[in-house]
Design a protein around this ligand. Structure first.
Ligand SMILES: [Zn+2]
Length: 843
């Protein structure tokens, strides 16, 4: 029992920081809503695969209309997606999307959970997904979340019965949920959980269906709905002045990095859920029908209900502090409830309500947003009672430091400020997302402490504990230490207080390509995270590489200031892929992390510490041509990558394409999805083809197939039909089928090893049909699928060449994949008969 309690304190603390940035100060209608939720003892858990999969209409409906504890378990943090608002990708995108989910939950009233599964990119089938995810571990995490959150009902976003019809992660989330529903109540399954929590059997499992899964609205009209419940998720909440669907739109509009900002919607809207397991409710509109969700559910709860239902029936909106005596009596009774699960949840809820009705404001703000282990910080405390209740601040401590002043009477609306000096222990852990502390695998994060699995973010470590007596009832309330400050252009801001190392280091370019044996300068930027920083930097490298200096000493006066030091790195003669990493040495400590700050207005600023390193690649690459015209599409880093191997890249916009304007380029390259995002390109097709006909070289990277492409019957000078064919396994075998073609021979001979070390996928949206003028160069396929030959197609046209490729160069080049560079250089060089001399290649 004690262990369960420990876990829940853990989970509550983990949830705290999300709400602890800007403190919630409840209006009386919000306090009334909190009271209604306090009076509801039932829980629902929604399960899907990614941030943005969740149906915020249903989550908001369950949380705000039904008043249930409502959770969203997203199997992944969405690392594999795109980012429309900034540079964060991969694990950093996962951090951003985690915070966007928390922001959405602050609006719709839900709680957020995750597993250790990593969003490794698109997956066609759950079979592939569950291999990369380590199914047993992810299933354990789902069971763990169920055993701790204890939902009465679980709702799957996706259908576990239709593998292959959607993203493999989607179907897998439903498969895992369905299996976990059967396992969570069985003590022989994952018995290692049971020293920390207890088994739990949810009562019902549903699938959140809709017409979309039936192909059309007409089909769904006709479908048998005897096994379904339905809710009006457009219900209006007068106390909020908002419809449920308006709240849902506001919540899903937090997914800004995925471009989910959208209009709010209003009006009646039906949502359907299909029963998969458990008993069918009698009432088709009540998911909790037949489940006791009243205070009588728990032993000792009926007496609490007697008090709190009466308060709800006669709630005083103009002066809710009138209810303080009843709330304090209920609080005392809740402390005697034996069931630790509900005791802990309801204690937290009633503490919030008591705080709200007394207008009690408690805050602990550090004098700086971060500090280092072993340092002391000043924490400014504020305690204010805005009611007529008798409130005494018996004592207050921050960390282990107790304020000397005790027994302070908090008189009505008279602010009490205190200052406490807090020591950050030498062994304090750095504030960084816990799931990134160690290197995981492609499909899984590594988390050493099993107790924190499921938590959305790293638990805050520093709290102020206020020991209070309110009208004679003792209460202790905890507030996470934050940093409150203002900026003239932003107003008041709250930031989590963080513990960071004394310094961080960074190499700006994460991949550095050496296309010959010339040395390159490597700038290493040191950021001071304390005042008067003095130390030295060493650059670690691998055998065969050479660095000009053993160490470079440095001194930085001010916290927050940066200094850039230059090492010169000489590559080996032969081809090699390796890593370099700076070590900052200060007072006998070796600091090896880069600090990445993720700052947007819709989320609390995130500090992420990752190993400071850069990939270095020595390539023996030949190329012909020099000047490349690049038409940027949806955004990729291909131009920067081409510059690394010595090309001069000129960015051109569709309006720059005029008669003869392209003739100066050795090749013209379309960025990814250029035809999808640049509608004006269709007026330039004739000029582009004319450029090719007169001897130019046009390379078109992937575009998504869709409605738009009918307007582009002439995407190529000869017929070409795009499809959704993709090869998602980056290790899928590749066969060179046009062995004698220049594309695989000149100037770089392409060999099987050039298809090793690729990342995330081979390619996507390959053409499925093409004119006989095209030569397919490669053949590839994912396991158990037929081979596709559309990944790289080339056709002569007039004196020039047209190339269409769905190969994922936009992923491979920035990742420093040697083979991808060679194939790209060959594409750019096609039609030329001699390579540039060594001297010309240098960038
Ligand atoms: Zn998804």
């Amino acid at each position: 029992m004690r262990n369960i309690l420990v876990f829940f304190i853990g989970i509550l603390i983990a949830i705290l920081p999300a709400t602890a940035q800007a403190p919630k100060k409840l209006s009386s209608s919000e306090a009334f809503h909190a009271l209604q939720k306090l009076n509801f003892l039932g829980s629902a858990l929604y399960i899907a695969a990614h941030p943005d999969d969740e149906n915020t209409r249903l989550i908001s409906y369950l949380s705000n209309d039904v008043k249930a504890r409502t959770g969203y378990l997203s199997i992944t943090r969405g690392d594999g997606g795109q980012n429309l608002i900034g540079p964060e990708l991969r694990e950093l995108l996962g951090v951003l999307r985690t915070q966007e989910l928390l922001a959405a939950r602050r609006i719709d009233g839900g709680q957020q959970f995750f597993t250790r599964a990593n969003d490794f990119g698109y997956s066609k089938h759950p079979k592939e997904t569950l291999k990369l995810w380590d199914k047993a571990s992810v299933l354990s995490d789902v069971v763990w979340v169920i055993r701790n959150f204890k939902p009465d009902v679980i709702i799957n976003r996706f259908d576990h019965r239709t593998a292959g019809s959607t993203h493999g992660h989607h179907t897998s989330s439903a498969i895992l949920s369905t299996e976990a529903f059967d396992l969570a109540g069985n003590a022989t399954i994952y018995p290692e959980h049971l020293s920390k929590t207890a088994t739990w059997q949810p009562r019902r499992l549903f699938f959140n269906t809709s017409w979309w899964f039936y192909g059309s609205r007409e089909n769904f009209e006709k479908a048998d709905k005897s096994n379904m419940l339905n809710f009006d998720t457009g219900v209006y909440y007068p106390l909020k002045g908002l419809s449920n669907n308006e709240i849902a739109s506001l919540a899903s509009s937090q997914h800004l990095c995925q471009g989910f900002g959208r209009l709010t919607t209003r009006g009646s809207e039906k949502e359907y859920i299909e029963l998969l397991k458990g008993d069918l409710p009698q009432d088709e509109n009540n998911i909790f029908d037949g489940i006791d969700t009243s205070w009588s559910r728990v032993k000792g709860g009926a007496a609490v209900g007697d008090i709190l239902y009466a308060v709800a029936d006669n709630f005083n909106f103009s002066d809710p502090s009138q209810h303080l005596p009843e709330l304090l009596s209920a609080y005392t009774l809740i402390q005697k409830i034996e069931d630790p699960h509900w005791r802990l949840i309801k204690t937290g809820e009633i503490e919030d309500l008591i705080t709200a009705v007394t207008g009690l404001y408690l805050e602990a703000s550090a004098d700086f947003a971060y500090s280092n282990p072993g340092n002391s910080i000043i924490v400014n405390l504020e305690a204010l009672n805005r009611s007529n209740a008798q409130i005494t601040l018996k004592s207050v401590k921050v960390g282990n430091s107790m304020a000397s002043e005790k027994e302070i009477a908090l008189a009505h609306n008279t602010k009490k400020n205190l200052e406490i000096e807090m020591l950050i222990p030498e062994d304090a852990e750095y504030s960084s997302p816990y799931w990134l502390a160690e290197k995981g695998s492609l499909g899984m994060y590594k988390v050493d402490n099993p107790d924190i699995i499921g938590s959305p973010e790293t638990a805050r470590k520093f709290f102020a504990t206020f020991e209070l007596e309110i009208n004679g009832t003792p209460l202790h309330l905890k507030k996470a230490v934050i940093r409150r400050y203002s900026r003239p252009d932003k107003g008041e801001l709250y930031q989590p207080f963080e513990v960071l190392p004394e310094a961080s280091s960074r190499i700006e370019d994460k991949v550095i390509i050496f296309s010959d044996s010339s040395p390159k300068q490597i700038p290493v930027t040191i950021k001071a995270l304390k005042d008067n920083l003095k130390g030295e930097v060493q650059l670690c490298f691998s055998e065969g590489w050479k660095v000009d200096k053993e160490v470079i000493p440095f001194e930085i006066i001010n916290k927050g200031e940066e200094k850039t030091l230059i090492f010169t790195l000489t590559p080996p003669e032969k081809e090699d892929e390796n890593y370099i990493s700076p070590i900052v040495k200060i007072d006998g400590k070796e600091l090896t992390k880069e600090l990445i700050s993720i700052a947007y207005d819709h989320i609390p600023t995130q500090s992420v510490l990752l190993p400071s390193e850069a990939k270095v690649v020595r390539l023996n690459i030949q190329k012909a041509g020099e000047h490349i015209g690049y038409i940027a599409g949806a955004g990729d880093k291909v131009p920067e990558s081409l510059e690394q191997i010595g090309y001069i890249v000129h960015t051109i916009s569709p309006s720059d394409i005029q008669e003869g304007s392209l003739d100066k380029y050795d090749a013209v390259v379309m960025g990814i999805r250029a035809y999808n995002v640049l509608p004006e390109l269709k007026f330039k097709q004739d000029l582009l083809f004319k450029y090719v006909h007169q001897g130019g070289n046009l390379i078109v990277q992937y575009n998504t197939a869709g409605r738009w492409d009918r307007a582009y019957e002439n995407i190529a000078p000869f017929p070409l039909k795009l499809s959704r064919d993709r090869v998602t396994n980056e290790n899928s075998p590749v066969e060179i089928i046009a062995k004698d073609h220049a594309l695989v021979n000149f100037p770089n001979p392409i060999e099987p090893k050039d298809f090793e070390g690729w990342v995330q996928e081979r390619g996507l949206y390959f053409p499925s049909e093409w004119d006989p003028n095209f030569t397919p160069i490669l053949s590839m396929n994912d396991e158990d699928e037929t081979a596709t030959k559309g990944s790289l197609l080339v056709s002569p046209y007039g004196k020039g060449h047209y190339i269409y490729t769905g190969l994922s160069f936009f992923r491979e080049l920035p990742a420093g994949v040697s083979g991808a560079y060679k194939i790209f250089a060959n594409m750019l060089s096609i039609g030329k008969d001699k390579v540039d001399s060594e001297n010309d290649i240098k960038g």
